[in-house]
Design a protein around this ligand. Structure first.
Ligand code: LLP
Length: 422
């Protein structure tokens, strides 16, 4: 796992800080992120792509905490957003609007208007209707919008079906065969500037060959467009590199991605954009929980913890595997289901897992939870969302308060509410 989480005398540390110290100070559940693990990933990506003009646009959806966004902003990265909310966060974190790209099949008028007003690097347009609407709204705002067409290269990224986005049957993008026509339509719109081409084939990709397939198709299209007199500035190949969830996983290094795509992009001379999310933050974060109860039922042993599927949805939603470590190593092991307190059978973190023989009050860490962990969390069962802490060496900072009950119900209690409780 990330060397930024390691054991010292049988105790789990994040960088130079004992995880238990943070859990005691801020309570559990708590997400803990290693700043230096994130910085190292950024360096890996920069190093891998340094031979070719590349803008790395961090995919905000993976983890959109303002302090995390700020790390990427300070490192000079761009931002890949999918909503008005993410645009709002990105601007709060002071990203240069000219480094923001905006994808999504369902952008509202308000979202489009705000982004036109901001003057972002590229709207990654996903339908012909979106082209029409964007053109009309740009006219209204009185500013031209820079656009790319998100094409669907119809390649199989060989990952979980819910996170495969580049297949023809998926809702994303415009099919390859229809893309040329879409560009022609776009080129006739008075208020749109064509600047690029975009694709994103999926997430948690463990083998880079599907990228080659996709980029090859994109580059062919770029040349076709050129012959039609449509010139682009950049090719955006999306995100998707996988990370280590199981100890035996061997995810591709950003270098492998660079080596496979750059030769193709080079032929076009266009600037390259990439949109990694998970691979920048996933292994840099853990979710720490405390054991509430133990119980034996039939021949099953349950470890019931104070985090639930509202805190980390991935196991319930994708049957995703997350490695789980006891924060203090124990000699004895057991086989257990590690489950949350929520009233759903799907509320589990691990089934029939070998784990240290934990007791009430012990802490455990769900590993590789930095991406799509907090950002997918909810208030289901009126559970306040977890606190988030950023570690830098022996220093650590609270970067999000644990929510209070008052905060959760606040939007339901005010003068304008029509019901009984005001
Ligand atoms: N660009 C676009 C247009 C995307 O849709 C995504 C992710 C990314 C970039 C970043 O992909 P990454 O590098 O993080 O793989 N909730 C799921 C993952 C959903 C990914 C959606 N799109 C999970 O927990 O596995």
């Amino acid at each position: 796992f990330s060397p930024y989480f390691h054991f010292v005398d049988n105790e789990l540390y994040c960088e130079k800080t004992p995880v238990k110290k943070i859990a005691k100070e801020f309570g559990t559940p708590v997400y803990i992120y290693s700043k230096n693990a994130i910085l190292e990933k950024i360096r890996e990506y920069k190093e891998a792509f340094k031979e070719y003009p590349t803008l790395i646009c961090y995919a905000a959806k993976a983890n959109s905490n303002l302090s995390i966004l700020k790390i990427f902003q300070e490192e000079g990265l761009g931002l890949d957003i999918v909503s008005g909310g993410e645009l709002y966060r990105g601007l709060k974190a002071e990203f240069d609007p000219k480094k923001i790209v905006y994808a999504g099949v369902g952008k509202t008028d308000k979202e489009l208007i705000d982004a036109i007003d901001t003057g972002i690097l590229s709207f990654n347009v996903e339908s012909l209707m979106e082209l029409d609407v964007l053109d009309e709204l740009s006219e209204k705002v009185g500013k031209k919008a820079d656009i790319s067409i998100r094409v669907n290269p119809d390649v199989n990224p060989k990952t979980h079906p819910y996170i495969s986005t580049g297949l023809r049957k998926s809702k994303f993008g415009i099919d390859m065969e229809d893309a040329l026509e879409a560009y022609k339509i776009a080129s006739r719109k008075k208020n749109l500037n064509i600047v690029g081409i975009h694709c994103h084939i999926g997430s948690q990709i463990m083998d880079v060959s599907p990228y080659e397939e996709a980029v090859e198709k994109l580059v062919q299209l770029v040349f076709k467009l050129k012959r039609e007199g449509i010139e682009l500035r950049h090719i955006d190949i999306g995100g998707g590199l996988g990370i280590r969830y199981r100890p035996e996983d061997n995810p591709p290094h950003p270098k492998e991605l660079a080596e496979i795509v750059i030769p193709y992009i080079k032929e076009t001379g266009l600037k390259l954009l990439i949109e990694p999310g998970r691979s920048l933050v996933g292994e840099a974060g853990i979710l720490v929980s405390q054991v509430l109860f133990l119980k034996d039922k039939g021949d099953k042993h349950f470890i019931i913890i104070d985090s639930g599927m509202n805190d980390l949805l991935r196991p319930a939603m994708y049957q995703a595997y997350h490695h789980i470590l006891s924060v203090e190593k124990k000699k004895e092991k057991v086989i257990a289901d590690i489950v949350g307190p929520i009233c759903e059978t799907g509320d589990f973190f691990a089934l029939d897992r070998e784990i240290d023989n934990l007791n009430r009050g012990d802490y455990l860490a769900v590993m590789s939870a930095g991406a799509y962990g907090f950002s997918m969390s909810s208030n289901y069962n009126t559970r306040p969302r977890a606190a988030e802490v950023l570690v830098d060496g022996e220093n650590f900072y609270l970067i999000r308060n644990r929510e209070s009950y008052q905060y959760i119900i606040q939007p339901e209690i005010n003068e304008k509410i029509q019901g009984e409780v005001k």
